[in-house]
Design a protein around this ligand. Structure first.
Ligand code: CA
Length: 359
């Protein structure tokens, strides 16, 4: 026997004997360790804790074979570098929102929030059962990333303003933190949209660097203390009717996992996607009442005239994105088709019921 073959055979023998002698739990003794970078301040209610839940679920469901550690914005990379960090493998996974990557891949915005687009329930319908998720995966494939829906805020609030919005003219010259497609709509309405990660919003609003901001809804906005920096709290969040949060996973890291762990990672995302919406549904009104009663926040609806103008501009903005490249066109076509169909059903189900309940 040649020496090389001998070494190989002997080695295999040792391996086989070793494997047989060790109890099955030995696999857990050497866990796979993953890092999750996020766009949220560490442990931020709802969004950051959603990321924490995702990591905990993966670790628990895998019996500790895959352990995920969460890093808040700036701990490894700044909020807006999460996409690149996961793409290059600095971290195996990330948690954020797809519209933060619009400078890199504009059509990603369809998978976070479209102004006057889909509610959380409809968004999940499109993503899981209407072809949306397949398109999202196709969009991120060139970056070596696999996306998964991993949280939803439900309908957001319109935002915090230091002056009343009584007409379309009040949007002119308004410098507002508003990301994604909503920001572009504001620009066309005469405002100046600014993109800022969550952690920088309060100081920007307080210092007057911005005139207004949107963030999420009462539960999150109270946590940032935005009521201390602006007086008027407008609704509804026309620009984010059911924002999907995303988990991005490095494709090579995911492919290297055994099949059961891959399934655990993707299904844990699915659990968190649902659970976050439940948490917001449970906590938003509590926080809203606190904002009104304790902090004397003035809650106002946007005037119908303003919403109508924003809706018209939104349709143009979304259509313009779709005209930019074939992939965006394909996503837009799917989105529009789904929305047209689901709207008919929502009208005679959710809307009809809600009207009946409050009537
Ligand atoms: Ca928002």
């Amino acid at each position: 026997m040649k020496r090389r073959d001998f070494v190989k055979t002997a080695g295999m023998g040792v391996l086989a004997a070793g494997a047989a002698a060790l109890p099955p739990v030995s696999r857990a003794a050497r866990p796979i360790r993953w890092k999750m970078v996020t766009t949220w301040p560490k442990n931020f209610p709802g969004l950051g804790t959603g990321a924490n839940n995702l990591a905990r679920l993966i670790t628990e469901m895998s019996g500790g074979r895959l352990r995920v550690r969460v890093y808040g914005a700036k701990e490894i990379v700044p909020a807006f570098e999460v996409f690149d960090a996961v793409a290059r493998g600095t971290a195996e996974m990330g948690h954020g929102a797809a519209y933060y990557w619009k400078g890199k891949v504009e059509a990603a915005q369809f998978f976070a929030a479209v102004p006057f687009g889909l509610t959380a329930q409809e968004m999940n319908g499109w993503l899981y059962h209407g072809g949306g998720l397949e398109l999202w995966r196709e969009l991120y494939a060139p970056f070596g990333l696999v996306p998964a829906p991993a949280g939803n805020t439900g309908v957001q609030m319109g935002g915090w303003f230091n002056k009343e919005i009584k007409s379309v003219a009040d949007l002119k010259g308004l410098k507002m933190r508003i990301p994604g497609l909503g920001g572009e709509v504001l620009r066309r309405a005469g405002g100046t949209p600014v993109s800022l990660p969550g952690g920088e919003i309060f100081t920007s609003l307080e210092s007057g660097a911005i005139d207004a901001t949107e963030w999420v809804g009462p539960y999150n906005d109270r946590a940032f203390g935005l009521f201390k920096a602006a007086r008027y709290y407008y609704y509804p969040g026309w620009h984010e009717p059911g924002s999907t949060l995303e988990c991005i996973i490095n494709r090579k890291a995911l492919d290297a996992l055994p099949k059961d762990l891959r399934s655990i990672v993707l299904n844990a995302c699915r659990v968190v996607n649902q659970d976050m919406l439940a948490e917001y549904t449970a906590r938003n009104n509590q926080a809203l009442q606190d904002l009104i009663q304790k902090h004397k926040v003035q809650v106002r609806p946007f005037p119908p005239e303003v919403l109508q103008r924003l809706r018209t501009l939104s349709e143009q903005v979304v259509a313009d994105i779709a005209a930019k490249d074939p992939m965006a066109r394909k996503i837009y076509a799917s989105f529009r088709r789904f929305r047209a169909q689901v709207m008919q059903w929502t009208d005679i189900s959710e809307r009809a019921f809600l009207n009946a309940r409050s009537g």
